[in-house]
Design a protein around this ligand. Sequence first.
Ligand code: FAD
Ligand code: NAP
Ligand code: SF4
Length: 677
Amino acid sequence: MTPHPRYPHVFSPLKIGNTLVKNRILMGSMHTGLEDQPDAAERLSAYFVERAKGGVGMIITGGIGPHPTAGYGAKLLDDKDAALHRQVTEAVHAAAPDVKIVMQILHTGPLAGTADCVAPSPVKSRIGRHAPNELTEEGIAEQIAAFANCARLAQQAGYDGVEIIGSAGYLISTFLVEKTNQRTDQWGGSWDNRMRFPREVIRAVRAAVGLDFVVIFRIAAMDMLQGGMAWDEVVSLAQALEADGVDVISTHFCWHESFVPTIATMVPRAAFTQVTGRLRKALSIPVITSNRINMPQVAEDVLARGDADLVSMARPMLADAELVNKAREGREDEINTCIACNQACLDHTFTGKLTSCLVNARACRETEIAVLPAAAPRRIAVVGAGPAGLAYAAIAAERGHKVTLYDAADEIGGQFNLAKQIPGKEEFYETLRYFARMIEVHGIDLRLGTRIDAARLKDAGFDEVIVATGITPRRPVLDGIDHPKAVSYVDVIRGKAPVGQKVAIMGAGGIGFDVAELITHQGTSAALDVAVFAREWGVDFANHPRGGVTGIEPQVASNGREVTLLQRKATPVGQGLGKTTGWTHRLTLQRRGVKMVSGIEYDRIDDAGLHCRINGEPVLMEVDTVIVCAGQEPARGLYDDLVALGISAQLIGGAFEAAELDAKRAIKQATELAVAA
Ligand code: FAD
Ligand code: NAP
Ligand code: SF4
């Protein structure tokens, strides 16, 4: 089939050495945890085969360690390890012979998390568990040989190439930066000495694999470290590696320990590709760009601008394995877009859980969750078109059930309609666009503006009723909770409640933080403007100082509101936010002057403000508005009425359990039920 004319650059093949890549989209490397499962070969095969059939030109696997000190995760050290990899490469090549699969070699160096971790110098990373052991000359030679051995084994295992990661604060990159390389021998000191290690690794790898095997090097084009790599160092390293035999340079942004978000949802789409574009001009081999490229049009624009030869999309392939096919066929409105929330992917990786995806609960569970035609199609009513009801309805209808979807509101989305209005969460619109399209594609009978009750459901005689009616915001029992100063977050986000100059936010969960963002925000959302983003995070794209960062404390525009975020728990405010994104929210609000107080006891609200106690001492917060963000209770009224009428129904999402409910859990639960319906 001829590719859709909207994407001429995406669908033009590219020759890398002697390897032909059929299009310009590759699936970037992600550690999923599948590598460590007892049935890893089967699960990895299913996971990669689905993406290969989905149309990507090239797949890069999660990082595989070349040496026992390489850190957590799977290793490829000998022929026995290679056998597992062979099963995966054979499965991918059999399913999609024109798709290339490349294995990433990852040595995490000082981030290995074990006491035997190694680095050029014993400098502990801010986020490392141990100070690394300084490598001896012999140790360095052993590591170089290990990279070469690992690449040779990857070739034997049937991969089309290897990607060597030389960024992110992992072993190779620690040789490059003065702060982590304090050696005075031939491996440290001058720039030529500091880049000796990656160069020797590449030479050894190339010698081990010959010329007909793709070798990619992932470079930190902007490491976001004060005192990090200077731009001329980035360029000279890339040029030296090209001379040493690298086929492709892949650009990476930031070390894990830096203080600049580079993939979270508040990062603008394709924010960093301009840096790849500059590097590309200095090289004659292809370059790959990445970060927040989540839709085919973004990839097409990046390629058309000449910023890169190939575009890496990693998380978007978790969200939708068929992304590339859908683009090729002009069905991009059917793409389940990655919203860059990190909630089920990176947050899981960094808390030792199996990776998945908030918007696609099947990701990494391909062998467990199958969407198969229903044995006996039934008439199903789904009440509530929030994330839970939408996910259930879409999958049940895809399976052939006849689904009627009710919502009292005049739009689908439930609480996602509030979430999407928070500056930095604009991507949430995409999820609603996806579900709106699924309603059309699968012929779901959508009844908006319909607050359905139990009697009508009974009369309609459905075979099954799914209650996805969500939540009601909790109204704490407190003197003065009905005072005009006390307003609900729902009314604030909808613009229905006035918010004064001095504000207390009661409750500092995800919604408390989002509301603080909304009511202190000034100007264009950083997620929509690279210049605003750069200013808010101290990134200097124009001059590219060392690391790409200015080192000056960034200024985040604020509308001047005085806001205090409150919680009763004694733990630090914001501790429960996402592992990989919570710090960005805390930092942004702190930079806007938002105060955060924990261990508070609420007494009452009156004309004077919010009366409370901190450490037992009475305190009056003289605020104009108290915004209540105190969690939720399940909305079960309909369910109780159905039960009273003797109609069996299933609860999902917030209606099932409101405590700690997020869209990840709502969609996962709905998916698991719908595939079994
Ligand atoms: P809801 O989204 O509450 O949907 C329930 C639906 O049922 C509503 O549309 C309602 O109109 C309808 N309904 C109720 N009763 C009836 C009836 N009798 N008849 C017809 N229709 C009815 N989660 C995350 O994972 N990540 C985030 O970043 C995130 N950010 C958020 C930000 C904000 C500001 C808010 C408010 C929430 C956020 N959430 C986030 C939470 C997430 O939106 C919820 O967990 C999710 O929406 C719950 O889905 P649900 O389908 O169970 O319920
Ligand atoms: P939440 O995370 O449970 O937070 C509720 C807050 O209210 C807590 O700070 C809690 O802290 C306080 N609280 C609870 N009961 C109270 C009471 N009776 N009186 C006063 N305070 C009370 O819930 P949420 O913020 O409403 O968020 C709902 C869900 O949406 C969450 O599960 C969250 O994961 C999800 N969400 C996620 C994001 C994200 O970015 N990932 C963003 C928004 C929402 P104390 O009990 O210590 O006071
Ligand atoms: Fe993207 Fe969120 Fe899914 Fe991760 S969990 S792949 S960030 S949508």
